[in-house]
Structure formats: C-alpha cells, structure tokens
Design a protein around this ligand. Structure first.
Ligand SMILES: CC(C)(COP(=O)(O)OP(=O)(O)OC[C@H]1O[C@@H](n2cnc3c(N)ncnc32)[C@H](O)[C@@H]1OP(=O)(O)O)[C@@H](O)C(=O)NCCC(=O)NCCS
Length: 172
C-alpha cells in the first residue's frame, strides 16, 4: 500500500539517500532541508511499507510551478507511485492557484520523458548544454495544470487529515 503525505525535516536524510542512489547530481541533505523550509515549495513523499520510496519537489511563483524533482527508488518503479505523486502535485497546484507546470529533463531520460508525456506534458523546446555530469541538453516540457490527470486510474482508498494540513492518501 502506498501512503502519500507532505514530507518534513525528519525525511531529509532519506530523501538525500534516494537522491544519491538515483541521480548523478544529487541534492545534499542540507539542500533538501533548506528546500523543505522554503515558502512556495511543496515536497510530497510516497511511503511503501513504512519506508519513503519516492518524492516530488515542486517550486512555484504566482501562477507558475516547476517540478524540480520526481523520483521513485529502483525497486518500486512501474507500480504507479510517480503517477500518484503527480496527481497529488496537481491537487497542490489547484489549492495554490498554480495554472502551469514546467520542467526540464535530460534528453536521454526516456523513462522520465515517457512518464511526463503520460502525465500530459508536451515538449516546448531544448536548452542546450543545460546539465553537467554528464553534460547534456535539457528537454523543456510544460502542462496546463487546470486540467485533472485522467491517465492513471489509481484507486484512492482513503483520505485523512494530517497535521501539516495536507491530506494523506492511502492507495492499496
Ligand atoms: C520517472 C520515474 C519517476 C517514474 O516513476 P514510476 O513510479 O516508475 O512511474 P509510474 O509507475 O507511475 O508510471 C506511470 C507511467 O509512466 C510511464 N513510464 C514510467 N516509467 C517508464 C519507463 N521506464 N519506460 C516507459 N514508460 C514509463 C508509463 O506510461 C507508466 O504507465 P504504465 O506503467 O501503466 O505503462 C522513475 O522512473 C524514476 O524515479 N526515474 C529516476 C529519476 C528521474 O529520472 N526523475 C525524473 C527527472 S527529475
């Protein structure tokens, strides 16, 4: 069962560990802690059997947002976790008046590009040499987030209030 809720300072070390496992340019634990404290940021985690297995980091200014990270640990992919995280991110967009979501993704990251397409993102262009380690172009994508995501068909089993004010979702 997946449990989704807002991440907090207590989750920074686990997110940093996942960053190191997953990304060639991982965010540090301190960087994640700072992000968790910032206004105009939402960090949502997905727990499997009590362990944080995925997360999405969303930045926003006025009515525009950016998916800075979305990741699921390698053992738990293709189970719909990122789809659930994205659905929750869209709810956050609705709550906070965010109308358009943008992102950059490595051109070679076919899994992420396929995932984003399934989420309704379309390609806007290419930013040459955007990434380091290794140097690579970024594909720019965006999506009108006033439309709900219909593609995943996940069954949300329960919604309960949590102290942060963000709802906790359990998905069986
Ligand atoms: C991209 C990523 C977050 C997807 O997570 P996930 O939990 O496996 O994704 P989901 O199970 O929710 O997949 C939803 C849909 O996305 C698409 N998709 C996801 N992974 C895919 C892959 N490897 N190849 C092709 N399509 C894929 C599929 O359409 C999938 O639906 P399906 O399983 O019914 O075919 C995951 O692969 C990941 O963590 N990658 C490393 C980190 C990363 O590159 N993040 C993006 C840049 S910040």
């Amino acid at each position: 069962m997946w449990v989704l809720r807002e991440a907090g300072g207590q989750d920074a070390a686990r997110i940093a560990a996942l960053e190191s496992e997953i990304f060639p340019d991982p965010w540090t634990e301190n960087g994640i802690r700072e992000t968790l404290c910032q206004n105009n940021t939402a960090v949502i985690g997905a727990w499997k059997d009590g362990k944080l297995a995925g997360y999405v980091i969303l930045y926003y200014v006025l009515n525009e947002g950016e998916i800075a990270r979305i990741a699921v640990d390698a053992q738990n992919r293709r189970q719909g976790a990122a789809g659930l995280l994205f659905e929750r991110a869209l709810e956050v967009c609705g709550d906070r008046g965010i109308e358009r979501l943008m992102l950059e993704v490595r051109e070679s990251n076919e899994a992420a590009i396929a995932f984003y397409r399934k989420c309704g993102f379309t390609r806007d262009g290419l930013r040459r040499g955007y990434y380091e380690k290794p140097k690579e172009d970024a594909v720019l994508m965006s999506r009108d987030c006033r439309r709900a995501v219909k593609s995943f068909g996940n069954q949300v089993a329960a919604l309960t209030a949590v102290p942060t004010g963000m709802r906790e979702t359990k998905q069986i």
